[in-house]
Design a protein around this ligand. Structure first.
Ligand code: 2M8
Length: 448
């Protein structure tokens, strides 16, 4: 079968299946061999969304295994470490075993990632036979409720429905221009300043494991990576405890992110549906917070245009740095029809986002734009998936179809790369990347 843009979809399906089999670890999947040897939270959610078309049972296991990493306070860590791959920059950075409430006998990170568990759970459950579905939901839903409770209890100190993030890794969009700016403000110790001043970034290449596998011009600068480690070490020193971190907001990266909150809002809605389907009551205070969340997001948005930017928690300053996050409120479903229309117009602007292979992680006319550099320009299939889902729910079927077809075309043309040039579709980052493969399968299934 061929798509409108001439892609032979069966070839894409075969390629995607090969990648998922290659990265399969039994009951869970690594994002990619070498560079990403552990289990990541939102990767496993995206992976299960594609994997359910091959085996709903295996997709269910992928999500259930994530629950082994849940902390007693409800936090879902962004990484669960595989013991044989412990590296200096991995588990020792977090030392989770020293933190009360972390899972026993398992090393995890101490921060979270975009909360897509409810979405993934619902999609997988829909394809399971009735009896298995119920058992699956009975294990997943109470854990997801505890996770959303943690998010609103620990990360919404002003009880306004907007949750805070303490690290760019929590956003999933690590070096997105918006986060690099915020990070540089608070995590530039003297030694990093000196590195920048003397431009000796490349002397510290040995500290990195990513650039051993991927050319340096596709990743972030070493000094920025060191800032990320510095931020993580600061959080660890405070036991990842929100109360202690919020005591000195000026010293930490603390932001109200549009993309994370948008994903949370949609997942709140789905969680409420899931709980109802198994006759489980959500706590009253949580339902109230879900209602506030949509209004909370409005605080970050221009009511006329529907354009939303993140806010620095300490200064309460809205930072107008355009990135892929601009389009996440479409996924949240919180925009009025008029605002959505304006945002779609922005999406289709040929000088910024509507490039030959949309949607770039940063607009072409941004000073940060680089077609190869990680979250500063390349097109990623996971953000495309979220935008496509939002566009469809707002009735923009043509635009949604176009982005889905171009996403499938990327995989046919270049393979299952981690990210792609939005200009010519060339693949960059890790090859044989799991969520690219999984979401290509889902896009094919959505369209044909
Ligand atoms: C990237 O992030 C990790 C840290 O969490 C890294 O750079 O090592 C991001 O693209 C993130 O969104 C993704 O979940 C992770 C694994 O694919 O890689």
């Amino acid at each position: 079968m061929t798509t409108k843009v001439g892609v032979e979809t069966y070839k894409v399906l075969e390629e995607a299946k090969r990648v998922l089999i290659k990265n399969n670890q039994g009951e869970w999947t690594i994002p990619a061999g070498g560079l990403y040897p552990h289990q990541w939270l939102w990767d496993s959610c995206f992976i299960s969304i594609g994997l359910r078309h091959i085996s709903p049972q295996r997709a269910a296991a992928e999500l259930q295994l994530l629950l082994r990493g849940q902390w007693t306070n409800g936090m879902m860590p962004h990484m669960i470490f595989t013991p044989e791959h412990f590296k200096l920059d991995d588990s020792s950075l977090w030392s989770s075993k020293n933190i009360p409430g972390s899972p026993i006998g398992l090393a995890t990170s101490g921060i979270t990632q975009p909360p897509l568990l409810a979405e993934a759970t619902q999609r997988v459950a829909d394809l399971l036979p009735l009896r298995e579905r119920k058992a699956f939901l009975l294990t997943m839903v109470p854990a997801i409720i505890r996770y959303h409770e943690w998010l609103y209890r620990e990360r919404d100190p002003e009880a306004n429905g907007l949750v805070l993030l303490f690290h760019p890794w929590e956003t999933g969009l690590d070096n997105s221009p918006a986060w690099i700016e915020e990070l540089r403000k608070v995590h530039t110790p003297h030694w990093v300043k000196l590195m920048d001043l003397l431009a000796i970034d490349r002397w510290f290449k040995w500290l990195r494991r990513d650039t051993l596998r991927v050319p340096a011009d596709q990743r972030m600068k070493t000094s920025d990576l060191l800032r990320l480690y510095h931020a993580a070490m600061d959080l660890r020193r405070r036991g990842f405890d929100a109360t202690r971190i919020l005591r000195h907001p000026r010293r930490h990266f603390i932001v109200e992110s549009v993309s994370f909150n948008s994903i949370l809002i949609r997942n709140n809605q789905i969680l409420a549906e899931l709980a109802e389907s198994i006759r489980l009551d959500l706590p009253g205070w949580l339902i109230e917070r879900f209602k506030l969340a949509a209004k909370g997001l409005d605080v970050l948005c221009d009511p006329k245009t529907g354009v939303c930017y993140h806010r620095n928690f300490d200064t309460k300053q809205i930072e107008e740095e355009p990135t892929i996050s601009l389009f996440m409120p479409l996924y949240a479903g919180t925009l009025s029809k008029k605002q959505a229309e304006q945002l779609v117009r922005k999406l289709k602007d040929k000088d910024s986002f509507w490039l030959p292979y949309p949607v770039p992680s940063a607009p072409k006319n941004s000073q940060y734009f680089s077609e190869k550099r990680y979250w500063q320009g390349p097109t990623w299939l996971n953000t495309n998936w979220l935008i496509v889902d939002g566009l469809k729910r707002y009735g923009y079927t043509e635009e949604a179809r176009y982005i889905a077809e171009k996403s499938i075309e990327l995989v046919e043309k270049s393979g299952s790369y981690e990210y792609f040039s939005p200009l010519d579709g060339k693949g960059y980052g890790a090859n044989d990347f799991s969520w690219t493969a999984a979401l290509a399968i889902d896009f094919v299934k959505q369209l044909y």
